[in-house]
Ligand binder design. Structure first.
Ligand code: NDP
Length: 359
């Protein structure tokens, strides 16, 4: 094993802002190992929409005292969470460990804070990390590309929507997935296919619609059309009934004006993100005419125990190994090009997963 240096490279957010605030640094302190911790030398880092929320300040970072990966050692401002290393997932090799189940040299994929860096400290490895099979059946690149978004799709389908696998093909519920060619959307569509759901995908433009179709959606609707037309097409596809479950990571632009219109009587709208901005306060009376259920889940809330993490990760990896789902990688960027990756993601140019590679 290569010796662990005292300093590392990584990407720091000095203050909230646009992609231009992302600062590549080579002088960050390597976090130190405590009891039960593991230190991972990252190979691939996942770029997720949530990273942009922490960059812009839409989501508030925790204070430095609660985060051992925090780069700040400044004595004059202990209350500010900035500068902040963002990032929520990565894969890599364990460089140091004081946890008996996670030996030095093993490869892991994991969910944690501060992953936009050469090294990341995991303080609860049993919940955060999964050892990759030594046989190499899941590469570190594939694992990282499928992990966070795959677990999101799987837990939201199983836990939030309560969808179970159907015996017959397409006997399942009517579902609609927004931004279906994106990272999380691609995973939702592929896993809904396994469940036997009837899937309507929305995606921005012809190419993205074609991609959603290739992933297994039986119907596609171009979300760049006027919203009345999107609603009309969904109603036509479902013979006026509407869909049982809407999976919406777009948020503000679609929740009120599209989702509440296309959801069926007794249906459910699962809003799980803010790609177009956060959904504002909801008038509960809007739910009354069709007895609609709404949910606003967060994936980590479904894998808070080692048993939950183990169950969903095993199922996800099993789908990958058996070829039932694929990690669709849009592009692998060098870590120092992280600003470009954020710009591409936010400008709706991407399909599938964006990864950063640690050289
Ligand atoms: P995506 O790869 O899906 O990229 C976002 C997509 O959203 C775009 O490609 C675009 O697709 C669509 N979109 C619609 N309106 C806008 C807009 N105004 N600006 C930008 N994009 C827009 O990203 P992710 O898979 O990383 O995330 C998707 C959503 O899922 C996000 O909202 C994210 O926060 C959420 N999420 C939530 C989790 C949770 O635990 N709650 C966990 C993981 C993800 P198109 O052009 O086809 O419309």
């Amino acid at each position: 094993m290569a010796p662990i240096p005292k300093t590392m490279f990584g990407v720091v957010i000095p203050r909230p802002g646009g992609p231009e605030v992302l600062e590549y640094r080579t002088d960050l302190p390597v976090p130190s190992l405590g009891e039960g911790h593991i230190l991972v030398r990252n190979e691939y880092i996942g770029v997720n929409y949530i990273d942009t929320y922490f960059r812009t300040g839409l989501y508030k970072p925790r204070s430095p005292s609660s985060d051992s990966n925090h780069p700040s050692t400044s004595s004059h401002d202990t209350s500010s969470p900035y500068p902040l290393i963002t990032g929520k997932e990565a894969s890599g090799v364990i460089s140091a460990s004081s946890h008996p189940s996670f030996p030095v040299g093993a490869r892991v994929v994991y969910l944690a804070d501060a992953t936009y860096a050469q090294f990341t400290l995991l303080t609860s490895p049993q919940i955060q990390a999964t050892l990759l099979p030594a046989c190499g059946r899941i590469s570190p690149e594939t694992a990282c590309a499928a992990h966070l978004q795959g677990l999101t799709a799987l837990t939201f389908i199983r836990e939030a929507a309560g969808i179970r696998q159907q015996l017959g093909i397409s006997e399942g519920p009517w579902t609609l997935v927004h931004a279906a060619a994106g990272g999380t959307g691609s995973m939702l569509v592929q896993i809904l296919v396994i469940m036997g759901a009837k899937i309507i995908a929305t995606a921005g433009g012809k190419q993205k619609c074609e991609r959603a179709k290739r992933l297994g959606a039986q119907w596609v609707v171009d979300s760049t059309l006027p919203q009345e037309e999107v609603i009309r097409q969904v109603k036509e596809i479902t013979s006026g009934r509407g869909v049982d479950v809407v999976f919406d990571g777009v948020g503000k632009a679609t929740f009120e004006t599209v989702d509440l219109e296309i959801v069926a009587r007794k249906g459910m709208v699962i809003v799980f993100g803010n790609a177009s901005g956060p959904v504002g306060p909801v008038d509960l009376f809007r739910l009354m005419p069709k007895n609609i259920k709404i949910m606003r889940p967060s994936m980590p809330g479904y894998i808070t125990t080692p048993e939950e993490k183990e169950r969903f990760t095993s199922e996800l990896f099993d789908f990958l190994v058996k070829g039932k789902i694929r990690a669709n990688i849009h592009k692998v960027y060098p870590l120092k090009d992280v600003a470009q990756a954020h710009m591409d993601l936010e400008s709706r140019k991407t399909t599938g997963k964006l990864l950063l590679k640690v050289e």
